[in-house]
Design a protein. Structure first.
Length: 699
């Protein structure tokens, strides 16, 4: 049982104890129900306090139980809340640290609530693609007013208890405790003081109205429609809260239930719940325990003041960690610092950064032309040209100058980190830290684990990533690591689609409609088509048999590198980023087809999407099988945070699971018969074939 029962004189205290956050799983609910029964059956008990052990009152329903029979097994959360409401003796919720979701809903069933300052109060269900399903949409408006409650429910954002307590007319908290330390004692005293109060107050009996209900809810609907495209939950939250203002409490509760049951089954909710756990799982490395000692990172050095080096530096400056940037020439340093300054100034102008914070960040930045001045840095990140010879020189120099114990990181996006480590006499200190451009904005950090990378180095980099607000995912060493190794296959398919009859805008539109932030051709134009060109030239030497469409090379031979040259797959007007379909490119593709003797065919959007996404999935399966990624959900995190994969689809591997791996393999078999495509390309990875045959999933 995961709730403890203890008598404090004539007050029974039931303490939920289900670490880490007292999730209201089956055993906790049983514990609460038993505690309530026991207290009500004991004549010596006059009042009851419910609280939580450890670091939360309660984080809400146990998300692990969703979709399993345990979630609704009796006593379900509704039944527990009904027991609380109908208790003969007053029940007081003693809230501290975290009261979220079902945890807050449980407290709203209590007759009284006392909160410690600093507690995070939220109904965050919308972030999981659902709505509060245990009365939250009906009770919160009754204690906070319709508008405040709806804002909290639609945003899911936590609000501090002391702020809520100050709202005029609020009935959420009957009392604030002086501190968390005194909460329990004060709650017991309060419970004793209301022991004889009758009738016992119930939130459900409070009135709930909005003076301009129709107009207000119409306005709210318009707001969420704009904000929450592709996510059904926010609009349903509005419906549920509206129901709280319209009729009997029980009717509102029934409406909430109906909407909850609908939402919990949507693929969007499954995706968001998957992401919740995927995010937390990614921070754990199977053979690097949580208590692995870490190195202290008090200062950072960055080699290279280009776009990447500058963006990387900003992450650390934002976190209050001093950075020294090194370049070969003063002009390059000046340019790099000017760009960082310009980025911060833009944030100040937009009101996103206070000017004193800006000064503070810039004061943490220093520059040098001399490697020796970096010697005391705890971490050095190299962001120089992507060429092994250049990396070799940098790492040999770092090995010579850096103090013992410094972490030597490379921002390489494709090169062999083991080889880079071999340029030093301390391969245990070498790790890949692959940031994504723009590095000060993109959430993803691929942490590349070399064969000899120390566990303490990995543990340090993972916790540093959290400090600089990145989503870190560990990748083994291979060409392109997780993200770029997969994107290469996606890019190859995009090229084959052009050869067969599609246009760049058709491909982009189809995949953008699927939900990608940007299609492959608009993306190429933004990142620079010359980058892929350089990689393909290197690959042509290393993998001479790899088949590509030649269209991308031809584009580059025309000097059409993308936005930076004013022309790429699309045309661009100077100073603008709008992609305008290019007649010249269409003609170039048509000529190319003629050369190959291809008669173009009309390709359906569905085929485009499947070929691009299943290309990712198949390579993802290989990456899993090779042990480059530890889990399928890590691959999903890479694509969600680094490549603009739609959040509401949960990442390529979850998407494949939802489509069904059998169906994915069937589609691949169909593509294999396509005469223009590379038949070998569509051979299902052994892991994918096996899981599909066994009716299993990646996750
Ligand atoms: C709900 O209540 C539905 C009802 O309305 C209706 C029902 C009928 N369940 O984030 P952290 C785990 S829906 C299971 O790193 P922090 C988490 O996986 C629920 N597990 O810590 C992690 O495990 P591990 C509405 C949960 O201190 C560990 O706790 N509630 C749950 O930075 C630590 O998590 C929410 O959506 C849970 N509900 O932040 C709250 N919550 O160590 C979601 C956490 O094995 N949770 N875990 O990786 C949060 O926002 C944060 O976790 C919280 C703590 C603020 C609580």
């Amino acid at each position: 049982m995961t709730a403890e029962y203890k008598l404090h004189g004539d007050v029974a205290v039931i303490t939920m104890n289900n670490p880490p956050v007292n999730g209201l799983g089956y055993a906790t609910r049983v514990g609460l129900a038993n505690g309530l029964d026991r207290a009500n059956g004991d004549n010596s008990v006059k009042a009851i306090v419910i609280t939580g052990a450890g670091k939360a009152f309660s984080g809400g329903a146990d998300i692990n139980e969703f979709g399993s029979p345990k979630a609704s097994a009796e006593p379900n959360l509704h039944s527990v809340i009904r027991m609380v409401e109908s208790s003969d003796k007053p029940v007081v919720a003693a809230i501290h640290s975290v009261a979220m979701g079902g945890g807050l809903e449980l407290s709203l069933g209590c007759h009284y609530r006392i909160a410690a300052p600093g507690a995070s109060i939220a109904l965050p269900e919308v972030k999981l693609g659902i709505l509060p399903g245990a009365g939250g949409t009906q009770r919160l408006p009754r204690v906070l007013g319709v508008e405040t409650a709806l804002n909290m429910i639609v945003s899911g954002e936590p609000v501090k208890s002391e702020l809520l307590a100050q709202l005029p007319g609020q009935k959420l908290f009957d009392r604030m405790a002086a501190s968390q330390a005194s909460l329990l004692e004060e709650a017991i005293a309060f419970a004793r003081s209301v022991a004889d109060a009758r009738p016992l107050p119930l939130v459900r009996n409070l009135p709930c109205k909005h003076p301009q209900g129709d107009a207000y809810f119409q306005f709210a609907r318009n707001m969420v429609k704009g904000m929450a495209k592709n996510f059904p939950a926010p609009a349903k939250c509005v419906d549920a809260v509206e129901a709280s203002t319209q009729g009997r409490f029980e009717d509102g509760l029934a409406r909430e239930r109906e909407l909850f049951v609908y939402l919990v089954q949507t693929p969007e909710s499954a995706a968001l719940r998957h992401v919740f756990f995927a995010e937390r799982a990614a921070s754990k490395i199977p053979d690097v325990p949580a208590d692995t000692p870490q190195r202290e990172i008090k200062s950072v050095a960055v080699i290279g003041a280009g776009t990447m080096g500058g963006g990387i530096s900003m992450n650390f400056l934002n976190a209050g960690i001093p950075v020294t940037v090194l370049e070969m020439k003063q002009e390059a340093l000046d340019r790099g610092v000017a760009t960082i300054r310009k980025n911060y100034e833009a944030q100040v102008k937009k009101g996103k950064l206070k000017s004193d914070k800006y000064d503070q960040r810039m004061s943490l930045l220093s520059t040098t032309l001399d490697y020796k001045e970096l010697k005391d840095a705890d971490l050095v990140i190299e962001a120089v040209f992507e060429e092994m010879g250049v990396k070799q020189k940098v790492f040999e120099t770092l090995d010579a100058v850096m103090k013992p114990g410094a972490i030597l990181a490379s921002n390489t996006s494709t090169l062999d980190v083991n080889k880079i480590a071999s340029f030093t006499k301390r391969p245990q200190d070498v790790v890949g830290m692959h940031f994504f451009s723009p590095a000060n904005v993109m959430k993803l950090l691929e942490v590349v684990r070399g064969a000899k990378t120390g566990k303490d180095v990995l543990a340090t980099v993972m916790s540093l990533a959290k400090k600089i607000k990145k989503t870190a995912v560990v990748s083994g060493v291979c060409d392109g690591f997780i993200g770029n190794r997969m994107i290469e296959q996606y890019g190859r398919q995009a090229g084959f689609l052009l050869d067969e009859g599609a246009t760049p805008q058709q491909v982009d539109k189809a995949i953008e409609k699927f939900g990608f932030a940007m299609g492959p051709f608009r993306m190429g134009d933004l990142a620079g088509n010359d980058i892929g060109w350089a990689i393909r030239k290197r690959r042509a030497v290393e993998h001479p048999n790899m088949l590509y469409s030649r269209t991308a090379d031809k584009l580059c031979e025309l000097g059409r590198f993308g936005q930076k040259t004013g022309a790429g797959w699309y045309d661009y007007q100077s100073g603008k980023r709008d992609a305008i379909p290019s007649q010249l490119v269409v003609k170039m593709i048509e000529d190319h087809r003629k050369e190959l003797g291809i008669t173009p065919r009309k390709i359906a959007d569905e085929e485009i999407v499947q070929r691009l996404v299943f290309a990712l999935v198949n390579e993802g399966a290989r990456i899993l099988e090779d042990g480059i990624a530890s889990r399928a959900s890590d691959i999903d995190m890479v694509y969600l945070t680094g490549y603009g994969f739609p959040l509401y689809r949960g990442g390529p591997m979850l998407y494949a699971d939802q489509v069904g791996l059998f169906n994915v393999v069937q589609a691949m078999k169909r593509f294999q018969r396509n005469p223009r495509d590379d038949a070998k390309f569509w051979e299902p990875a052994p892991l994918l074939a096996r899981l599909a045959a066994e009716g299993k999933t990646f996750n």
